[in-house]
Design a protein around this ligand. Structure first.
Ligand code: PRP
Length: 216
């Protein structure tokens, strides 16, 4: 079976609702942050299916023994928020993955070239190849930032097939690049939008998520 990039857009009313709130240009920063937190939570919930490692055990209920499935604490789980905007999704993701290590990656696009510049990298030199990695960033636009993040991770031993990307709006240029380079990868997004304009903004998108989260 040949591997293909998979992109899931979960048909969930809570995801649709918070996406609509985030898209609305009239949404104030405080509510935009809530929308990001909720989207981070529900998209991580979806991404955790068949990704979060489990183990089989037996538990004793007050009435007898029972087969049970538990989260396996031995397998490392990591969340990589791409700063700044990824911080908006982190809180929701972290509530579902309280044991995950958080490795911050600061990337900003040069406004002229649209190339990502790395200004913070808290990734360790090596990661266990069994690590389940969740990258959170609200927008995949030209794809420069997510490709830079994937390069940093795979360089450190991360397996793309054990990696999930949670974003809010994904655009075709980014998905095409991911598909070419990492066919085993899975993306969870609230929507796929049509285009990226000359300034690198997704249209219709939701504007500059970093600025809207932090009120800058
Ligand atoms: C935005 C966004 C992504 C990136 C996507 O960040 O959060 O990280 O752009 O664009 P790309 O796919 O074309 O690389 P930005 O560079 O605006 O930084 P910020 O999060 O600090 O606002």
């Amino acid at each position: 079976m040949s591997l293909q990039l998979r992109v899931y857009v979960p048909p969930h009313p809570l995801i649709k609702h918070w996406l609509a709130v985030a898209r609305d240009a009239g949404t104030p920063s405080v509510l935009f942050r809530s929308a990001m937190t909720e989207l981070g939570r529900w998209l991580t919930y979806e991404a955790a299916r068949e990704w979060l490692p489990t183990l089989e055990a037996t538990v004793q209920t007050p009435l007898g023994n029972c087969d049970a499935t538990l989260i396996n604490p031995e397998v490392p789980v990591a969340v990589v928020p791409i700063l700044r905007a990824g911080l908006g999704l982190l809180e929701g993701a972290q509530t579902l993955l309280p044991l995950a290590s958080i490795y911050h990656l600061g990337l900003v696009r040069d406004e002229q070239t649209l190339q990502p510049l790395c200004y913070l990298n808290k990734l360790p030199e090596k990661l266990d190849p069994q690590t389940r990695v969740l990258i959170v960033d609200p927008m995949l636009a030209t794809g420069g930032s997510i490709m830079a993040a994937m390069a940093e991770l795979t360089h450190r031993g991360v397996d793309p097939s054990l990696t999930r990307i949670v974003c809010v709006v994904a655009a075709p240029p980014a998905l095409q690049q991911l598909s070419n380079a990492y066919p085993g990868l899975i993306v969870y997004t609230a929507t796929i939008d049509e285009t990226v304009n000359n300034q690198g903004f997704i249209v219709p998108g939701l504007g500059d998520a970093g600025d809207r989260i932090f009120g800058t």
